[in-house]
Every structure is written in structure tokens, then in C-alpha cells.
Design a protein around this ligand. Structure first.
Ligand SMILES: Cc1cc2nc3c(=O)[nH]c(=O)nc-3n(C[C@H](O)[C@H](O)[C@H](O)COP(=O)(O)OP(=O)(O)OC[C@H]3O[C@@H](n4cnc5c(N)ncnc54)[C@H](O)[C@@H]3O)c2cc1C
Ligand code: SF4
Length: 233
């Protein structure tokens, strides 16, 4: 499945195309929503750094609201630095704060939908009525565990058409996002073992990173030395 292509196909669908034809893309952007919430909070302090806002995953997912959480955690973090002068202790302070209290109330709503729409809706009603007082906490699943092996997956017939609306491809699209990088910026994406990319990952998963990245950052290239992962960052 190619998320970028699916979105372009939607724009080129007979229902939407007449609305967009003749228009011009001035700028474009998209971002993923951080859904983990209360159960997925990482350790938010480390030597020289503290996580706040979306970098810590503080969005209230059922409300799709995170700016107030970002601001509150930012203010608390500033307060912590002013009081102690160090990052140590920030993790405990955030966990004991109103920011986490809010996330705790809604913690079971998003994972409830993993059991299906009807269960999810009933569960959301219950959790809202009880303000999250249920004595249980539903688990999140690890993201990678949702990935199917190519051998276990049959792609549905998609009937995708030839596209005529811009952008032409992912790179043309990234141009409209106006991202800026220094030419000599060190690559910040680290893959622990790139041998896996051309062996097990290629065979079992068909290199998913080459499809999910909207900027085409991950590429499998082939040269005299053979196939390898190239990170265009
Ligand atoms: C589709 C969608 C709808 C949403 N709707 C709402 C809503 O209606 N109300 C609401 O309250 N919240 C909403 N949210 C959530 C809200 O947008 C976020 O929770 C909030 O913006 C988080 O703020 P932040 O400052 O933590 O992170 P961000 O807003 O993500 O800010 C991080 C900034 O850092 C910059 N950055 C990243 N890397 C670097 C780097 N290496 N160097 C320099 N800068 C860098 C980014 O460009 C970005 O500007 C929505 C989110 C999504 C995805
Ligand atoms: S090809 Fe991509 S998805 Fe596969 S192991 Fe390498 S980095 Fe990960």
C-alpha cells in the first residue's frame, strides 16, 4: 500500500477532481497524529534534554487536541528548569501533573477501537461517562506488530487511474512543504543493521520504508556493489 499514491488517487477521483482542476498548489503539509497517549509516554528526561508536547506524545487523542498540552508541558518544563537548573526530575514532575491527569482520563478510548468500531464506540461512551474511572487500562500494540508479511497479504484490486493533477510525485510534493536542510547536515536517521534491508526485510516485507515515507527519504538503490539502503536525508 502506498499512502501518498492513495491520496493523489483520491484527488483525481471523479468526485473531487472538478473541484481541484485549474488550481495551483501554493504550499502543502501533513503530519501524523501521535496516538499513543498515556500508555505510551516515553522517559521524558535525559542528560541535556527534556521532552514536551508532541515529542513526548501528549495529544488528547479523542479530542484531537494537543496545543494546550504542548503549552502546559512547556510551561511546566520551564518552571522545572528555573527551580532546579537541571533536566533530572522532569519525568516525575510531568507524570504527576495535570497534563498526565488529562491523558489518564481518556487512556482507554483509542485502544478500544482496536477491537472494532462498535466495541470502540460503546467503550468510548462508557469511558466518557465514567471520566476514565475504569479499573483497567487497555494496552496499545507496538506499531510494527501491525505489519503483515508480503506472503500473508493479498493486495485488493484498486482500479487506480492515471493522474493528471499535480504534484507529479513525492519529491515534487516535498518541494511545496518548504522544508529546509543544510546540505552538509549529518543524517539523523539511524538504521541499526542495513544488511537486513536487502535480505530479510526485502523478502518478507518488501521494504515498507520506501513506501510509507511521504518525502521518499528511504530508497533501495543498486550499484556495482549490489543493492543497499540509501537514506536521502
Ligand atoms: C491533523 C491534526 C489535527 C489537529 N487538530 C488539533 C486541534 O484542532 N486542536 C489542537 O489543540 N491540537 C490539534 N492537533 C494537535 C496539535 O497540532 C499538536 O499537539 C501540537 O501542534 C503540538 O505542538 P508541539 O509544539 O509539541 O509540536 P509541533 O507543533 O509539531 O512543533 C514542532 C516544531 O518543530 C519543528 N522542527 C522539527 N524538527 C526540527 C529540527 N530538527 N530543527 C528545527 N525545528 C524542527 C517542526 O517543524 C515544528 O514546527 C492536531 C494534530 C493533527 C495532526
Ligand atoms: S528497508 Fe527500511 S523498513 Fe526495511 S529494515 Fe531497512 S530501514 Fe527498516
Amino acid at each position: 500500500f502506498k499512502p501518498f499514491e492513495a491520496f493523489q488517487q483520491l484527488k483525481n477521483h471523479a468526485l473531487f477532481k472538478p473541484l481541484l482542476e485549474g488550481g495551483e498548489i501554493l504550499s502543502a503539509g501533513a503530519r501524523a497524529i501521535i496516538e499513543g497517549g498515556y500508555q505510551s509516554l516515553p522517559k521524558v528526561e535525559m542528560p541535556g534534554a527534556m521532552l514536551i508536547g508532541d515529542s513526548a506524545g501528549l495529544v488528547n487523542v479523542p479530542k484531537i487536541k494537543g496545543t494546550h498540552q504542548a503549552m502546559r508541558s512547556g510551561m511546566l518544563a520551564a518552571e522545572h528548569i528555573a527551580e532546579t537548573g537541571k533536566c533530572a526530575g522532569w519525568d516525575a514532575k510531568l507524570r504527576a501533573s495535570v497534563v498526565m491527569k488529562e491523558l489518564r482520563k481518556v487512556r482507554n478510548i483509542r485502544p478500544g477501537f482496536n477491537k472494532g468500531l462498535w466495541f470502540g464506540l460503546a467503550n468510548a461512551g462508557w469511558e466518557t461517562a465514567t471520566a476514565g474511572l475504569s479499573p483497567w487500562t487497555l494496552k496499545n500494540h507496538a506499531d510494527h506488530s501491525a505489519l503483515k508479511k508480503v506472503s500473508d497479504y493479498e493486495s485488493p484490486k484498486r482500479d487506480w487511474t492515471e493522474r493528471t493533477l499535480p504534484p507529479r510525485d513525492r519529491l515534487a510534493s516535498v518541494y511545496f512543504a518548504a522544508t529546509e536542510h543544510d546540505e552538509d547536515q549529518p543524517v539523523h536517521l539511524k538504521v541499526a543493521d542495513t544488511n537486513v534491508c536487502i535480505t530479510r526485510c526485502a523478502e518478507e516485507y518488501d521494504n515498507p520504508c520506501t513506501r510509507f515515507c511521504p518525502a521518499g527519504v528511504y530508497e533501495i538503490v543498486e550499484d556495482e556493489a549490489g543493492k543497499r539502503l540509501q537514506i536521502n536525508a
